[in-house]
Design a protein around this ligand. Sequence first.
Ligand code: SAH
Length: 241
Amino acid sequence: MAFEDIRIVLIEPAHPGNIGAVARAMKTMSLRRLVLVRPRQFPSEDAERRAMGAIDILQRALVVDDLDQAIGDCRLVIGGSARARTFPHRVLDARQCGAQLIEETAAGEPAALVFGPERTGLENHDLDRCSHQVLIPTNEAFSSLNLASAVQLICYEIFLAAREPITPEEVDPAELPSSQNEMEYFYDHLTRALDSRGFLDGQMREVTIMKLRRLFGRSRPNSGELKLLHTLTRLIHRDGG
Ligand code: SAH
């Protein structure tokens, strides 16, 4: 059931009131799984007040220390950001985001939507862990929505998309994109291999790693393709690691 498989992940929410408002936004649209990464204050009375009848969502919320714990098992991870980035992801608007989530969770696969902190938004290194970006179209001169409003709009689109009947396709699991954990394992291998050649020395190191992550992240390799990439990476590695 798609709604159960879609989790809303908030990174470092600063205001407990916003966490409550997010819970309420989710419940009105039938979503139930909330994950909080290093919330500044939780549990909190403020959050409960703002959640109104959605306290059950707060009670079931999972609190974790880092983003990987929240999204590691997901193949589809979509990060919300109002900012266009220099090295782009696949960018979806809210409607496309709802449709994609419903389609990819139809067979019971977990998926995650990631939102950034109120003041600073999603950092690049968090967005690098996402396969897609969702950008809710807004006034170009004033594009940043309140956290709970952004969650509300996207959950609404998920709710609408779920009303369209879709029959899950029979997909061979080997054809599915790799999970976030598997991608992280590959990036780690690739980074070590390139380091062994001195390829990543100097100032451009971080930027190069980011570009490579986005390139492979966009292509969403399945398990066979990822195996091939590991084999190529071993050929690069000086000590055959
Ligand atoms: N000041 C921050 C905005 C933070 S709003 C900035 O400039 O990035 C909190 C979160 O809501 C954001 O991290 C993002 O996940 C989500 N959000 C806000 N507006 C959005 C938009 N137009 N499209 C997609 N996500 C948005």
